[in-house]
Design a protein around this ligand. Structure first.
Ligand code: NAP
Length: 314
């Protein structure tokens, strides 16, 4: 067990955590970044990012995150592969427990992001990851060249996934539980008029069916108005029904809302009720959820941590 007390521990290496690292590292605080199962966060599963300011030609999501990591490391940020399982913020120093050790910290920035929500229907879990059920068209779309696929969801993500998949798939079924899409007007227009996309309205998935080889062979759906069921003959199922914030290890000690997102202290976007503990990015923002807003929150959290350390002794 290490007895040294870290100035700043940043949990998460997505846009929010990495930006917080650049700022705190540049302030000579030698932050320790704990990266979980998805180093670089959600942007590493995106191809082209076209709306990050300063990149008129767009930028590859993985490249952007790799650049941020290098920028933070250049100023002295340290990285450790570890998943925080529980925390004790009841006394100082703050305590973080990973499967291997206890980490002591003066300040903590939680930037754990959000994970894709799953439908929970039969077969989804069993056929997830390399067997036909996925949450990332940009990662897996190319495997479905000239095959039929289904996308589940009715928001901007589902439309984006469906449109992207038309590059490869012979046909894309968009399965939505209502008869109107939640997505923005321009995405609705593009999606519903695309010749390769067939809307499956008022329908929910019932079962992802597998074939003998252990791959997806079809998606059984049920019309919620008529009760009628049909099996879509798809080889790929792309789930795009929103995200769940990764706040579980902290939910007992910090305030979260009814959907599990961190609720910052009044008057701040990033402060929590525990002095020296800050939140940033998608784990604390269900409204904007953009790379640039996450980076902005990471910057705010870093500045708050710097100020706290300056006041209370780094
Ligand atoms: P979202 O807007 O929350 O949409 C989730 C969709 O999944 C909804 O249509 C919802 O149906 C459906 N759904 C939720 N739970 C379900 C379940 N258990 N079974 C079946 N369907 C279910 O999530 P999102 O599309 O990921 O978008 C998140 C945010 O990011 C939004 O603010 C969005 O505008 C933004 N975004 C923007 C862009 C862009 O600007 N290019 C791209 C992607 C995302 P209901 O409609 O019936 O609730």
């Amino acid at each position: 067990m290490s007895s040294s007390v870290e100035n700043v521990v940043i949990i998460g290496t997505g846009c929010a955590g990495s930006t917080a690292a650049v700022y705190t590292a540049r302030a000579n605080l030698a932050p320790l970044l704990l990266e979980g199962t998805m180093p670089g966060g959600q942007l590493t599963t995106t191809s082209e990012v076209e709306n990050f300011p300063g990149f008129p030609e767009g930028v590859d999501g993985f490249q952007l995150m790799d650049n941020l990591r290098k920028q933070a490391a250049k100023f002295g940020a340290r990285f450790e592969q570890a998943r925080v399982e529980s925390v004790d913020f009841s006394a100082r120093p703050l305590k973080l427990r990973t499967p291997d050790r206890e980490i002591l910290a003066k300040t903590v920035i939680i930037a754990t992001g959000a994970s894709p929500r799953m439908t929970g229907v039969t077969g989804e879990k069993e056929l997830y990851g390399g067997k036909g059920v996925t949450t990332c068209a940009t990662c897996d779309g190319a495997f479905y060249r000239n095959l039929e696929v289904a996308v589940i969801g009715g928001g901007d993500s589902a439309c984006e996934e469906a449109l992207f998949l038309t590059r490869f798939a012979s046909k894309v079924y968009l399965v939505h539980r209502r008869d109107t899409l939640r997505a923005s007007k321009i995405m609705v227009e593009r999606t519903t008029t695309h010749p390769k996309i067939q809307m499956v309205w008022d329908s929910v998935p019932v079962e992802v069916q597998g074939v003998a080889t252990g791959a997806v062979g079809g998606l059984k759906v049920r019309n919620v108005k008529t009760g009628a069921q049909q099996v879509l003959p798809v080889k790929g199922v792309f789930v795009a029904i929103g995200h769940v914030p990764n706040t579980q290890p902290f939910a007992q000690v910090l305030d979260v809302d009814e959907n599990g997102y961190f609720k910052p202290a009044p008057g701040s976007q990033v402060k929590t009720k525990v002095p020296g503990v800050y939140v940033a990015g998608d784990c604390a923002d269900h409204v904007y959820r953009q790379a640039i807003t996450a980076a902005g929150m990471g910057c705010q959290a870093a500045i708050e941590a710097e100020r706290w350390l300056a006041e209370h002794g780094a």
